[in-house]
Design a protein around this ligand. Structure first.
Ligand code: ARG
Length: 437
């Protein structure tokens, strides 16, 4: 391992203990290294503005930081366990290239605010990606909701209940993913605050230009209290995972529907071939593995939430326990976003089996319509309800799914509100996205 930033004269470092402390942290730091470098550049520029570094020093450190980022992107610099962590690797590289000038980079900062700022920058990108994916999924759902409307049984308790339609199904998920997009954006705004300059958690005796680094790094505001900057670690990660988890809850229910709809028993949906796999032993199988993995994607996100929450039983101030939040966070977001990324294409190419869906709509599913129509004409609802129940499968004779749907106040029904309202929300989100880019 390269020299430790904090090593004391004459104290032996035990490799086994170091491995325990570092765990896979240094490998995880690969995910955050570019953000750490970006924040390091802002820090150094800020030190230049208050005269702690000369203009030449700022220029040479910045040049070497850029070179390190380039080398890292091209695989010419590999972050591995020859370093304690990514923060140490940055400083080691600057010292190797610039000697004493490199030894100045850490003036007025701590790895404690370094890890916070890198994580917040990283999460802002992840949440932007989450919001974009939610918008893309909502858009495909809305497009399909508007393009055709086929009858589909509506279930409660997994029992046939009333007539629904593919339009209603798609519109339902469209609205869900619009909500998720709004939540991703709100969460991004919530954690859009700069912790850089809070150092180890108590500030430093330098007039750091925190407004400058805030602006330079594109944060909306600064975290003013150094103590809160540390208290918020784990908490802002949980907030981000909440936004992801609520999205994946919708995805899980959608995947469950598709998992049922693709069985021979339902037979409502055919998946595109690429989204199915075969069996190693049963030549006849066409398995919906992708749907199952989409459904499973909620689990690592929920697990990440639990793990971070468990870590947060801590007094104030930085504690090394917090290091473990990084892996969970990365794992949760990586799984979650990969799953969501498949959805626009999959949804665009789902094939409905109209004959099977029509066949599954039995006459008794009009009973609610019949009772409500009579109630609207003045019969007490409970009386009309009993009459419809007694008529059993005769209730629906002469009715069609189309006539049942026409009177609904729902996207997919003819009465307002319709798909336009969802389309307007979608357009609004896309405009906001364009403005913020
Ligand atoms: N890997 C550490 C973490 O994620 C970086 C901060 C280390 N700070 C310290 N005082 N040991 O928390």
């Amino acid at each position: 391992m390269s020299d430790l930033l904090w090593q004391k004269e004459g104290v032996r470092v035990d490799a086994r203990i170091m491995r325990f402390l570092a765990g896979d942290d240094v490998l995880l730091d690969r995910e955050f290294l570019l953000h750490d470098i970006t924040a390091s550049k802002a820090h150094v520029a800020g030190l230049g503005r208050i005269g702690v570094l000369g203009a030449d020093e700022v220029a040479s450190i910045t040049r070497e930081l850029d070179a390190l980022a380039e080398d890292f992107r091209h695989g010419d610099f590999i972050l591995d366990d020859t370093h304690e962590d990514g923060h140490s690797a940055i400083e080691a590289r600057l010292v190797e290239r610039l000697g004493d000038v490199g030894r100045k980079v850490h003036t007025g900062r701590s790895r404690n605010d370094q890890v916070l700022v890198a994580t917040r920058l990283w999460l802002k990108e992840q949440l932007a990606a989450l919001g974009d994916l939610c918008v893309a999924i909502a858009e495909v759902c809305l497009q399909r909701a508007g393009a055709e409307s086929l009858p589909l049984p509506g279930y409660t308790h997994l029992q046939r209940a009333v007539v629904s339609s593919t339009t209603m199904w798609f519109a339902g998920f469209a609205e869900g993913f619009l909500d998720n997009a709004v939540r991703a954006r709100a969460t991004r705004d919530w954690l859009d605050a700069n912790p850089l300059g809070t150092a180890a958690g108590y500030g430093v005796n330098l007039p750091l230009d925190r407004a400058f680094t805030t602006e330079e790094l594109g944060f909306a505001r600064m975290q003013v209290s150094p103590i809160y900057a540390q208290l918020s670690r784990g908490k802002f990660e949980l907030g981000a995972l909440d936004a992801l988890a609520s999205t994946l809850l919708d995805l899980r229910r959608m995947a469950w529907d598709l998992s049922l709809f693709t069985t021979a028993e339902f037979g409502f949906v055919r998946l595109p071939d690429e989204y199915t796999t075969g069996s190693s032993i049963m030549p006849n199988k066409r398995n919906p593995d992708v749907i199952e993995m989409l459904r499973a994607s909620y689990a690592p996100v929920a697990a990440a939430r639990v793990e971070i929450e468990q870590l947060l039983s801590l007094p104030s101030g930085y504690q090394r326990d917090l290091q473990l939040s990084k892996g969970s966070l990365w794992h949760g977001f990586t799984h979650g976003l990969r799953a969501l990324d498949l959805m626009p294409d999959l949804l665009a190419r789902l094939q409905w089996n109209e004959a099977a869906m029509r066949a599954a709509i039995e006459p008794s599913m009009y009973a609610t319509d019949v009772a409500i129509e009579q109630a609207a004409a003045g019969v007490p609802f409970r009386t009309a309800y009993r009459a419809a129940a007694e008529a059993g499968s005769d209730t629906g004779s002469g009715r069609t799914p189309e006539s049942s749907l026409a009177a609904r106040v729902s996207p997919g029904g003819d009465a307002a509100p319709g798909l336009e309202i969802l389309q307007q929300r979608l357009n609004g989100l896309k405009d906001m996205h364009r403005e913020s880019n």
